[in-house]
Design a protein around this ligand. Structure first.
Ligand code: ARG
Length: 579
């Protein structure tokens, strides 16, 4: 609908330009927003205020001319001018009802991508394999997964890339320790975190061990067969830990999506040679660096992007440069989204700029860092265990499920244990994911079990419950929406409001595709559930006065249920039919 209105305004602008009312060459971004208060219509645009100055007119005067020049459209019942010169559009309820009918008849709920379909690489999760996955990688994993799902639903081709940290100095230490523990290393690796700590302890205590660890890194990077064998064994185990977590979290990632830092090893020397050939390298204190004019420190001195250490070793940036090239030339990406901690923002700005200068990626390929804030504890400080250690992701999920189990059991003591466990899984995992997804990704957020498991507010339990309410209507009816006839007609205020929200689904998803912000979908589903609730309380469904009204309301409820379910699925949450 917003697109329709933008298009109508565009036609009015073209007409006014042709008539000489507006100067040539204006190409404003036409903003159309949903109104908060329905007495102001359903959509509003500030276009008259934006163009008043270049048009040398008062905003209201221009607004009047625009209204007169707007073509008629069946979807718009009237347009009013309000306040300083807003254009308020009122949606025609018959046209709205027809759109909802079309959505109900469509497997994709009438959702289409606003622009052309693209090939999008999504760089997500990317834990370091030396250690067990901890809460720091939760955000990258589930925000990335959510956005990837939305892009796929809109029709993009999504290529997930799990750029795991599987290379570098820590592995020397781990290999040295594996060599010392040949007998029980397998058992030791069941607890990766413990294994890492033990290796680190040896490294810090013994200089002989540390020397051997450094030697092993060099051997590993040079392709020594024994080192590679140990390294593979370690990584296989570590990756299987990650995969088990992805499966439990319901994240769409598999081993096939793993393309770790090590995968680019053979290309790193070429990256350096190509940067050199382009004249982009300078030596600074023995290291090879790229200096770019736009990157300076607080004192105004140039900042280096270091791509090769004095000793010849390569760095994180070198691998990322190689990855940009692979994503452009082999994966043929139109767009690459990096779901990585906000603290790496400068790293990505510099890598993207260097990749462009070096011609590793075509000019039209979009490279976007989708940064996110830190996950803090309920006290607002970085999330830690009681004794100050990092929180393992697996412990966090276990606790969420246990808490959900007690809650659900207290509410439904009559349910059998299998069903309780199943509900607890959906609610517990869902709550952890939803709490994260519902905050704007760039802000830090406080992890709080009580809040995320509450049945009130913008939480997973609230939304899962809202969905079961719709499901229960159809359970009582004993029929599915396909088995009832009739059509949607919008009378009551609550029906209109619910319908207006339902019609926004495509806009919301397109916004997320654009900005990589799943919290918009959470906010939308929360509003939708709230509007369904007032509809449900004010507009009797099964006991409606006549069959036509009853069918219309059932159809509206069915579309709400499908939108909630689809929305939750795009966020990576499993829905329940009852809870
Ligand atoms: N392994 C890195 C970390 O844990 C994240 C990698 C993100 N992706 C990338 N292409 N640099 O911080």
């Amino acid at each position: 609908m917003k697109d329709t209105i933008r298009h109508l305004i565009q036609q009015a602008l073209t007409r006014l330009t042709a008539e000489g009312v507006l100067p040539e060459g204006l190409s404003p971004v036409i903003q159309v927003e949903n109104t908060k208060d329905k007495s102001n219509g359903d959509f509003a645009s500030n276009i008259a205020m934006m163009l008043a100055k270049p048009a040398a007119m008062k905003p209201r005067e221009l607004a009047e001319k625009l209204v007169a020049a707007l073509p008629d459209d069946a979807q718009v019942s009237k347009v009013e001018i309000a306040g300083p010169g807003f254009l308020n559009f009122f949606q025609n309820s018959d046209a709205l009802a027809q759109r909802l009918e079309a959505a109900l008849a469509d497997a994709r709920l009438g959702v289409r991508k606003a622009g052309p379909a693209q090939r999008v690489v999504v760089d997500l999760s990317a834990p370091n394999l030396a250690k067990e996955m901890h809460v720091g990688h939760l955000r990258s994993t589930i925000i990335g997964d959510g956005v990837a799902r939305v892009l796929e639903f809109l029709g993009d081709t999504v290529i997930r890339q799990n750029h795991v940290g599987d290379w570098g100095t820590q592995f020397g230490m781990l290999l040295a320790y594996m060599q010392e523990q040949p007998v029980d290393s397998e058992a030791g690796l069941a607890d990766l975190e413990g294994f890492y700590r033990a290796a680190k302890k040896r490294f810090d205590e013994s200089s002989e061990f540390a020397d051997r660890a450094r030697q092993l890194v060099v051997q590993l990077q040079a392709g020594d067969a024994d080192c590679l064998r140990l390294w593979h064994r370690f990584n296989d185990i570590s990756l299987s830990h990650c995969q088990a977590l992805y499966d439990r979290l319901g994240v769409k990632l598999s081993m096939a999506d793993v393309k770790g830092e090590s995968a680019y090893n053979d290309d790193l020397a070429n990256v350096i040679a190509d940067l050199k050939a382009k004249g982009l390298l300078s030596e600074s204190e023995g290291a090879q660096c790229v200096f770019m004019d736009e990157f300076k420190n607080a004192e105004g001195n140039p900042l280096p992007l270091i791509v090769q250490k004095a000793g010849g070793g390569y760095l994180y940036a070198t691998t990322d440069l190689a990855a940009t090239r692979y994503r452009a030339s082999v994966l043929k990406a139109d767009r690459v989204l990096y779901f990585v901690d906000q603290r790496q923002a400068l790293h990505f700005q510099m890598v993207f700029a260097a990749a462009r200068l070096a011609g590793f990626v075509p000019a039209e390929m979009q490279l976007e860092h989708m940064g996110f804030g830190t996950m803090n504890g309920a006290d607002g400080r970085p999330f830690k265990t009681r004794d100050g250690g990092t929180v393992k992701l697996v412990d966090l999920i276990n606790e969420a499920e246990e808490r959900a189990y007690s809650l659900v059991k207290a509410k439904n003591p009559e349910l059998d244990d299998t069903e309780l466990r199943q509900i607890a899984r959906a609610v517990g995992v869902g709550a952890v994911k939803y709490a994260d997804l519902s905050k704007h990704r760039t802000s830090d957020y406080s992890f709080n079990f009580e809040l995320m498991l509450s049945f009130e507010g913008n939480t997973a339990p609230y939304l899962l419950y809202a969905y079961t309410r719709v499901a229960s209507v159809f359970r009582k009816l004993g029929k599915s929406v396909e088995e009832i006839g009739g059509q949607i007609s919008l009378g009551a205020e609550q029906e209109q409001a619910l319908a207006g929200k339902l019609a926004q689904f495509a806009d919301v998803l397109n916004g997320i595709a654009d900005k990589g912000t799943p919290h918009l979908l959470c906010a939308y589903l929360y509003d939708l559930a709230g509007l369904f609730s007032s509809f449900y309380e004010n507009c009797p469904i099964l006991s409606a006065e006549d069959e036509a009204l009853r069918n219309s309301r059932l159809r509206l409820a069915a579309l709400t249920g499908r939108t909630l379910k689809q929305g939750l699925e795009l966020l990576g949450l499993d829905t329940l039919e009852r809870m």
